[in-house]
Design a protein around this ligand. Structure first.
Ligand code: PLP
Length: 407
């Protein structure tokens, strides 16, 4: 399903949004992150997949590969550490902490009684647990019923205390807020709600590092046009999309690319928000193989960035995502193999769905001249699920990738 957003406009980046998220702040976040030893050094690769582009009938298909951002396996490694650094700086103004020393773990003893908590579908919690351990804080993670044991173990490995609830993601968000209030802990969530905006803003601002790297890797100098006509962004609560949109919108203003947000049909909160013109809830079961996108409630703060900038909101099926995982794994295409997890492949899945249908392509302005950017937001963050869905282990795909790169 697709809806064209009638509120999308081509205009300069609004000043009231720039006061919330800006290129300047994204660059600062990127500088801090470069001191965190849990991230692989340097930018993640920006790959061109020419054969897949040809088969989808577009001129260019670039994929920013966040699967190799860090051993955490997803782009979420950019959000939680930045939010945690800024939270600690705000919480202890009298201590004049140096943010770089903080990120390098120089204040472990001073922070051991500071406890943060969050609900998660997996990736944000893993990143928060890892950041908390690096900086010396305690971390509690609330998991909903559908988060796999495999994902739980990956979070627990970073020393976080796990609380499991019987309900869904949105109920885990409520439980995290309740536990925080009862124990004087601080919620570090990637989604906003009424009266809770600063921390999710900082999380989203961390994601801007992806866009900053793309500008550098695509050699875009200030004032030059955007190298892409379309940017596909998968949506959970809308934070990733807002972080990327904000950066590109500020850089390119009225000449920004078209933004297309892709969600699972069962977890269509952003699509519903577009239909209603306000932050809305999903209409489906919110249960999807795309675990990272299985969110039922739009982040109101993220929505402020998306409501006037995203041209098309669309939904895809779980099967569409699995097909895209196969395509990126590259066995059939002959392009560079890329390990893309269920949520990671969703942007490409959106492109494939639109290109398979002439009228959907027309609605989204896609044609043979289009130059498309997608972001592979995660690798095999649940390795056994990956193997089951792709029929090949992620290690084997990585081995094929290494062989391809060595050619
Ligand atoms: C791999 C992956 N991609 C995309 C998203 C969507 O991000 P957001 O919830 O900020 O929209 C998530 C969220 O957890 C994720 O884990």
């Amino acid at each position: 399903m697709l809806t064209k957003n009638t509120r999308a406009r081509l205009a300069a980046y609004p000043i009231e949004l720039k006061d919330i998220m800006s290129v300047e702040q994204a660059e600062r976040s990127r500088g801090w992150l470069s001191h965190w030893d849990q991230l692989n050094p340097g930018p993640t690769p920006l790959r061109d997949l020419p054969k897949l582009a040809a088969s989808l009938g577009v001129t260019q298909l670039s994929v920013k590969d966040e699967s190799v951002r860090s051993p955490l396996g997803s782009f979420k490694a950019l959000g939680a550490p930045i939010a945690l650094v800024r939270l600690i700086l705000r919480s202890y103004p009298e201590r004049n902490f140096d943010p770089l020393a903080l990120i390098e773990g120089k204040y472990l003893d001073l922070l051991k009684d500071f406890t943060v908590i969050s609900a998660t579908d997996g990736n944000h919690g893993r990143a928060l647990a890892s950041a908390a351990r690096s900086f010396g804080c305690q971390c509690v993670i609330v998991l909903h019923a559908n988060v796999s044991q495999e994902r739980e173990a990956a979070i627990a490995a970073y020393g976080a205390t796990i609380v499991r609830i019987a309900g869904n993601y949105d109920e885990s968000v409520v439980e995290a807020a309740r536990l925080a209030a009862a124990n004087h802990w601080t919620v570090v969530s990637d989604t906003s709600y009424e009266g809770y905006q600063d921390i999710p803003r900082d999380v989203m601002q961390g994601y801007g590092a992806i866009a900053a790297e793309i500008m550098m890797q695509a050699n875009v100098a200030q004032g030059e046009p955007c190298p892409y006509t379309h940017v596909f962004l998968q949506g959970g609560v809308g934070g990733l999309a807002a972080g990327i949109v904000s950066y590109f919108w500020e850089c390119f203003g009225a000449n920004r690319p078209k933004f297309i947000v892709v969600e699972p049909v069962q977890a269509d909160c952003l699509y519903q928000s577009a239909l209603l013109g306000r932050p809305a809830n999903a209409t489906g079961s919110v249960d999807s193989v795309m675990a990272g996108l299985a969110c039922g409630e739009t982040s109101p703060l993220a929505w402020r960035f998306l409501e006037d900038s995203v041209d098309v909101f669309m939904t895809i099926s779980d099967d569409d995502a699995v097909t895209a995982m196969h395509q990126l794994a590259g066995k059939q295409t002959g392009d560079l193999p890329v390990v893309a997890g269920e949520s990671g492949a969703a942007g490409l899945a959106g492109l494939a769905v639109l290109r398979a249908n002439a009228s959907l392509s027309e609605d989204s302005g896609l044609d043979a001249t289009s130059r498309v950017l997608v972001i592979n937001t995660e690798g095999a963050t649940a390795p056994s699920v990956y193997q089951q869905l792709v029929g090949e282990s992620h290690e084997s795909v990585l081995a094929r990738q290494s062989a391809w790169l060595a050619l």
